[in-house]
Ligand binder design. Structure first.
Ligand code: FNR
Length: 364
């Protein structure tokens, strides 16, 4: 059950420490490098301020929206988060139940600890699949076909994590994957052959990057699926433009929760530029550091069509399983509705830069 003194997502974050073994907690909470980006994700929201508006009729208000031609009741999605059995014995299945109960889109990770087919059975609503390119194209294609067959209605291709950045906190705490927590989707594929590098070769360049996808792989993917494709991990407007020109349906402005390249800015900082580069018609999602409905509202005002939460779902899952994840979604939504009502935005379409306070506020 849900502890009665929980009032917000941050309460779950604090409480989760009592429910998760320390090394696992450090693995989840930690970021890469010296965690500059991880901190930026939280701090950036503090520098954005809202403006309330008076006497606006919001009695017909709604958070309903369309993304990729699909209907959503709320603009908050569950981000792809690997290995959810780290914090709950049923892992992704519990998250899927919460998504089902609250009519939320769950994005299933390639590295889920239940199979994508099992997760699909637990969640009939909107579900998307997060794809990591596999070293062997046949394996990538098989994952795509399985996702299509299981009723996933979009692919979110994550491209910012070709190299596993070191998570120093996890390392110091001695984190290791329990043998029972495995990438279940990949068990049926033969692991790629280990490349032996000579002493003058680099594990980064001749190792990881030699196997990393390139633009041609993305082109190949677009030619081989009829599902809409979003690319996750976009931070540069030129990448965003090139992706849109290739026929990608949307981008996710994300620094991987501060777990990929450390030192990059948060979505709060780069979203306006990415939206400006893409115009109105391309779907733009954002994530990183969203811990309240106020944060959701701020990202929408800065140009996102919808947002995702990562760590909060794991904290809810650890504390109270499906109920905890559902509770987190509920609180985010309620707070978003408060923001909309008091800023005078009855629908998501009205949420824009005008809702934010700028020191030289234009008045209109
Ligand atoms: C992630 N994230 C992630 N992203 C992805 O595309 N595929 C994945 O398998 C994972 N796995 C994963 C595991 C853990 C433990 C974390 C914390 C994050 C990144 C995730 O989708 C999202 O971008 C961030 O979590 C968003 O930041 P917040 O909400 O955690 O601050």
């Amino acid at each position: 059950s849900i502890p009665s003194d929980i009032t917000c997502v941050a309460d779950y974050e604090a409480l989760a420490k009592d429910y998760i073994d320390t090394p696992v907690y450090e693995y989840i909470a930690g970021g890469s490098g010296n965690e500059q980006s991880l901190r930026a994700n939280i701090e950036a929201f503090q520098s954005v301020q809202l403006v309330n508006r008076l006497l606006v009729d919001c009695s017909a208000g709604t958070t309903a929206t369309q993304l990729l031609g699909q209907s959503f009741r709320h603009p908050v999605l569950l981000a792809p988060v690997a290995y959810q059995k780290l914090v709950h014995p049923l892992g992704e299945l519990e998250t899927a139940r919460a998504a089902e109960a609250l009519d939320t889109c769950m994005v299933t990770s390639t590295l889920s600890s239940c199979t994508l087919e099992e997760i699909a059975q637990a969640h009939q609503g909107n579900r998307w699949f997060q794809l990591y390119f596999q070293v062997d194209r046949a394996h990538t294609l098989d994952l795509v076909r399985r996702a299509e067959a299981a009723g996933y209605s979009a692919l979110m291709v994550t491209l910012d994590a070709s190299i596993q950045a070191s998570n120093r906190r996890a390392k110091r705490a001695g984190f290791q994957f329990p043998t029972a927590v495995r990438p279940e989707n990949l068990q049926r594929y033969q692991p790629p052959q280990q490349v032996t590098l000579s002493t003058d070769q680099s594990v980064i360049f001749q190792g990881a990057m030699a196997e990393a996808p390139g633009w041609s792989d993305l082109e190949w993917l677009l030619a081989n699926t009829s599902l809409p494709v979003l690319v996750k991990g976009v931070l540069h407007p030129n990448d965003a433009k090139q992706l849109a020109a290739m026929g990608v349906s949307g981008v996710v402005v994300s620094n991987h929760g501060g777990r990929a390249l450390d030192g990059v800015p948060s979505a709060v900082h780069v979203l306006p530029q990415i939206r400006a580069a893409l115009g109105k018609d391309v779907t733009v999602l954002a994530d990183g550091g969203v811990r309240s409905g106020y944060d959701v509202f701020k990202l929408l005002a800065l140009g996102a069509d919808a947002v995702m939460v990562g760590r909060p779902l794991l904290y809810g899952l650890a504390v109270a399983g499906a109920l905890g994840v559902a509770h987190i979604l509920r609180m985010l939504r309620d707070e978003l509705e408060v923001c909309m009502a008091l800023t005078g935005c009855p629908t998501l379409q009205e949420i824009d830069r005008q809702c934010l306070w700028h020191s030289e506020q234009e008045t209109n």
